[in-house]
Structures are given as C-alpha cells and as structure tokens.
Design a protein around this ligand. Structure first.
Ligand SMILES: [Zn+2]
Length: 507
C-alpha cells in the first residue's frame, strides 16, 4: 500500500514543503524513515509508535517505510512527527479523504499530544505559497498561523482529535481569522526626561532616519532612561514589518502565546555579558540572536566598552548589510537584522572625564584603553553621537514636563512620509540605508552646504564612509525641516553629531 501526505520543513527562516511518502509491504515487521533525517527524526519513530498506541493503533506488526522528500534537504528537529503520523493514518485508511491541499505540521509527545512548535508562522506562509489550502497545527500555535489569509488553520490538541476529525466523529473547528487583541504596550514617554535637549533632538533625528546612535555621559545622566523612550517616537510597524519580525520571534520561541503577532517595534536591551551567539545568533541549528530579534526596531547596548571586543566586532557586517548569515555544518542560515543600534557609555572608567563638576581619577592611558575598546569601524557605523552632561540644579529641580512623545512622533512621521515617497519602488526603507549609488541623486546639496562639507572633508580628514554618513544624517535633518535640498545648517548639524569622534577618539 502506498500513500503520501504533506508537511512543512524549516531551516533558519527558510520554510519548505515536505512530502512524507509511505509504503506498507508484506514481510518482516519494520519501521524505517529515510530522507536525510537527523537523530531527532530517527527518534520520532519512538514518539510516533507511542502516540499511535495511545489511540489503540498498533503498527508493530507492519513493515513500514517512510520517505521524507525532498531527500537532499537536511531535516532537523522533531518537526516531522505529526506529518509521519498523518501518513501512517492515511496508509491505514483512517484518513480516507484527499489531503493533497493540506499539511500536517508539529511535534507530538509520546502520549499523542501536539506540542508547541517554533516557526509556525514562517511555515504557514510557505504553505500558502506552495498552494496549500489547509494546515493542521498544534492547538497552541493556531493563533499564530491564523494571521495568514486564505489558509484554513485547524488547531489540533492530540492525535485522537485528529482521528475524530477525519472519521467524522467530531470535526475540528478551524481557528478564526486573526484579530489583534488590541493590547497596546504602555510606552515610556519623553515628557519625563528633564533637560538633555541635544540628546532628545539626536534621538528624534535618529528615529526619523533610522540612524545608529551613541550616547556618552557620566553615570546617572539618564542615558538608558532616554533610550528606553525611543519606541514612543518610532513610526508604527507596517504589516509586512510586523510579519517579518514575528517570523523571527516565532523561530526563536519568544512569542507571547496569547498575543503572538508583534506589532510594536522591538526594543532589545542587551547586557555586556552577552555572548557572540546570544548577540548575533548561533547554535548547531542556528537560532536568531538579539540583533535579529530587534529586527525593525532597536538594539540597545548599554556600557558599550564593557562588551567583549570580539563580540562587538561581529556586529560590523550585519550592521552594514541588515542581514546576518550564520554558517554551520548543517548549512548556512540567514536572518534579517535591519536595526537601529543605540549604544550608551561612560566617557572613562570612572565616568567623570570631561565633567566640569567632578574629578576624573583615570590616567590618560586608562581612558585611552577604555575608549579603544570601540574600534574605528564600529564607530564609523554610528551616525549620531551625543554627549549627555550632568544636569544643573535648575534642570533637576524643574518640575515642568518636557515635550511629550506624541509631538515628537508627529515630526518623525512627517519626515518618514517624505522618505516613503523618495524610496517608492526601491527596497530602501530609511535615509540611513541609502546605498552609495543613490546618494548623489537623493541628497542634493545647496552650494553653501556643499562648501561646508568639502571644507570639513579636507580639514577633518574624513573617510569616504564618514562622508556618506554625514550626507545621510544631513538628509534626515532636512526632511525634518521639510526641505528638499540639504541646507548648510543640516550639514552643520550632522557634523556636530560627529564631534565626539574628535573629542574622545582624536579623529
Ligand atoms: Zn575617569
């Protein structure tokens, strides 16, 4: 007897259709699974037998061969249990309807329960693309899959309920189309931030053009407090952005089961004790790291010089490319990581360097060593640097509120609208990502701005990359002011945002 059912496979962000072909023959009882399965696929034989035994189906007298196709794609994890069980049920006529338009996806426990499986959203999207109409998934993951329109999602609690569905004893009700619960996280507001006008302005420019930012200042000046308020001035996520970011969290297993679709930009604060794998991703079947979990949002690195230098260096390529590729024996995996990096640091080990109101006890060598942990290439990738000084008594004791986030957001949104028009028909999303080939066309300068830029280029000895970055930040400043050409004042602002290079790093 021969039969086949569909499942879905997943490697990194790459989901693909898998077909389980099954054949039962006369002869010595056996249960073989072929098709490049890893150890977990072999172990799945035990789980499959156990799960079927729970509903009174014994297969130990049968000679069964299952082929997971395509055979040339490595299949990892216990994702194929459900597909194999469905194949066994089908070849034994427990499922006698046509299931060519369906896929069975998920991990099954020894007791026959379907258990939470990572990456369901990505697989559901791929299932629809492959032309399937129905998917059967673990009950817990059905809400996540139901966001995909045009796909009927069946939430399956256990193998018995699947059997009841196909024998007509009790049909499984499909999951309703996804409706967001409407829970909006409470975002921290900029009105709580006292003083620090230039830092606020810097974050506004950063939010408008999706630029990377470095905040430098003594401890207690509110570097992380102000950074945490950044999500309140970032534009809402588009549906596509939301699906991309949710897909990554689905694979990492970090979704909220009740509210599984991420529709506010992530803010991922990473501690300096994070490993390179934690930060950029890894593992034998590579999982996304913090940089990908922050995709379309903010990656916040506090106390930047405390990070392991090698770990920091791993960020160079992904910051440039917006994707990270992790290579392993199993194959290489690419995850998106289009992020805005916000980093904070003290100016020296004691924190008081450059502070007129306190004494810095660090030797010049100690300061140099501390600052040199941030390499030139990393610094080059940070468009905006801003100093956050100790507040004066007047500022601290002032009880009036600062400008609320919603007013700043309104300006950011105007600047984003201009960018949307500019980038229509390209895959560029923000000023910070304008490729070199489009810079001249998209960043026209008024003559005085051009002169200022060329003067600076000679005087400051700018690298080509630094020059490009000044243009992009100038572009965002001009957008915020509603100006089509980049004015001298926009370039002056952009240069001011790089002045810490010279103050602290002498470059
Ligand atoms: Zn110091």
């Amino acid at each position: 007897m021969y039969s086949k059912v569909n499942g879905m496979g997943l490697f990194g962000m790459n989901a693909f259709l898998v077909t389980a072909e099954i054949i039962t023959q006369k002869g010595q009882p056996a249960f073989d699974i072929v098709g490049l399965g890893d150890l977990a696929v072999q172990e799945s034989r035990t789980r499959v037998k156990g799960a079927l035994a729970q509903i009174g189906i014994g297969i130990s007298a049968q000679r069964i061969t299952v082929n997971l196709a395509p055979a040339d794609v490595k299949k990892c994890g216990s994702l194929y249990d459900f597909t194999i069980i469905a194949a066994v049920l089908k070849v034994n006529d427990f499922i006698d309807e046509d299931t060519d338009d369906a896929a069975f996806i998920g991990e099954v426990s020894l007791g026959g329960e379907l258990i939470h499986t990572s990456g369901i959203l990505t697989m559901a999207i791929a299932a629809k693309r492959a032309g399937l109409k129905r998917i059967f998934v673990p009950f817990d993951d059905a809400r996540e899959a139901s966001v995909v329109e045009g796909l009927t999602v069946y939430p399956v609690k256990n193998i018995r309920s699947l059997l009841n569905h196909f024998t007509g004893r009790e049909k499984i009700t499909p999951a309703p189309p996804y409706a967001h619960l409407g829970i909006k996280p409470t975002l921290l507001d900029f009105e709580d931030v006292k003083g620090q006008q230039s830092a606020k302005r810097a974050l506004e420019v950063a939010a408008a053009g999706f630029h990377n930012v470095l905040l430098i200042g003594p401890p207690g000046t509110g570097k992380s407090m102000i950074s945490k308020r950044l999500p309140s001035i970032l534009p809402p996520m588009s549906f596509d952005e939301s699906i991309e970011t949710t897909g990554i969290h689905s694979i990492a297993g970090t979704l909220d089961r009740e509210n599984p679709i991420i529709n506010t930009r992530p803010f991922r604060a990473v501690s300096h004790t994070a490993s390179a794998i934690g930060l950029i991703g890894g593992g034998s079947v590579p999982k996304p790291g913090e940089i990908s979990l922050a995709h379309n949002g903010v990656l916040f690195l506090d106390e930047l010089p405390e990070f392991d230098r090698k770990t920091l260096e791993t960020l160079r390529q992904p910051l440039e490319d917006g994707v990270i590729t992790i290579s392993r024996a199993q194959g290489s995996v690419t995850y998106p990581c289009d992020i805005m990096m916000v980093a904070a640091m003290n100016p020296c080990p004691c924190g008081n360097y450059g502070n007129p109101k306190a004494h810095c006890s660090c030797s010049p060598q100690a300061i140099q060593k501390y600052l040199s942990k941030i390499s030139r290439p990393i610094l080059d990738r940070i468009d905006i640097q801003v100093e956050m000084p100790q507040l004066s008594y007047e500022e601290v004791s002032n009880s009036s509120k600062g400008e609320p986030s919603k007013e700043i957001l309104a300006r950011v949104m105007e600047a984003r609208k201009i960018q949307e028009k500019r980038f229509a028909g390209t895959d560029v999303r923000a000023n910070s990502k304008i490729p070199p080939s489009l810079l001249a066309e998209m960043c026209p300068l008024e003559p005085a701005a051009k002169k200022l830029l060329s003067d600076c280029f000679d005087k400051l000895g700018l690298s080509a990359r630094a020059y490009d970055r000044l243009l992009k930040v100038g572009r965002t400043c001009a957008d915020l002011a509603g100006s089509e050409v980049i004015r001298k004042t926009d370039i002056a602002n952009a240069i001011a945002f790089r002045s810490l290079d010279r103050k602290y790093w002498n470059i």
